[in-house]
Design a protein around this ligand. Structure first.
Ligand SMILES: Cc1cc2nc3c(=O)[nH]c(=O)nc-3n(C[C@H](O)[C@H](O)[C@H](O)COP(=O)(O)O)c2cc1C
Length: 183
């Protein structure tokens, strides 16, 4: 599979078969994330692989009770570590401002996309979950206060093939030369 195919085929998957995900495949996803680019090569991403059923239930519960998440045998918490850029005596949550916080979130998001595209190539399904609060999720994962839980990537063998969700046209998104000039 080439990158174009992976981009075209990727969907957020919310139904999974009960089949386990081999540890070697999980490792492949983590390797794809590790290779992502980051500003100053700061690599602020950190990962917590969660396979325990009770722990996955708890993650689904704090994610506004999205119970379907528990169908996915692997949850990967993707964390942005402010310590890669700044002092660590800071609470990193939804209210945190400042460029360092933005930078580590920006860089970590790239790593998530690498994982999602690699998952397509490995015939795995995934969905990025972001609908929770830092206050609720951090204690479950014992994440320190200077670390932001950017997403839970739920991963499994897909049991659905959703149609593509709509996207805006390039005409609505692209300018030529300066902002507002049609392409
Ligand atoms: C940052 C982020 C957070 C998301 N959070 C959730 C979520 O909590 N629950 C969910 O079902 N989907 C979630 N999604 C998936 C989006 O709904 C999905 O990407 C979007 O509808 C486009 O569909 P597609 O991924 O199939 O192209 C999230 C996606 C992103 C990028």
């Amino acid at each position: 599979m080439n990158v174009k195919d992976a981009i075209e085929l990727r969907r957020s998957i919310r139904k999974f078969t009960p089949e386990r995900v081999e540890p070697a495949l999980v490792r492949e996803l983590l390797e794809a994330a590790r290779k992502a680019p980051s500003g100053n090569n700061s690599q602020p991403w950190r990962f917590i692989v969660v396979e325990d059923a009770d722990a996955r239930r708890a993650l689904a519960q704090v994610s506004h009770d999205q119970q379907w998440m528990t169908m996915a045998p692997v949850h990967i918490a993707i964390c942005a570590d402010l310590g890669a850029r700044a002092e660590t005596d800071i609470l990193f949550d939804e209210e945190t401002s400042g460029m360092d916080a933005k930078r580590v979130i920006r860089d970590t998001a790239i790593a998530v996309d690498h994982m999602m595209l690699r998952a397509v190539e490995l015939e795995l399904g995934s969905c990025w979950i972001g609908w929770y609060t830092q206050e609720a999720i951090k204690p479950l994962l014992r994440v320190p206060s200077h670390v932001f839980v950017l997403g839970i990537l739920v991963v499994g063998h897909p049991a659905e093939q959703p149609n593509p969700r709509p996207r805006q046209s390039l005409e609505d998104l692209v300018c030529r030369g300066t902002w507002g000039t049609p392409f």
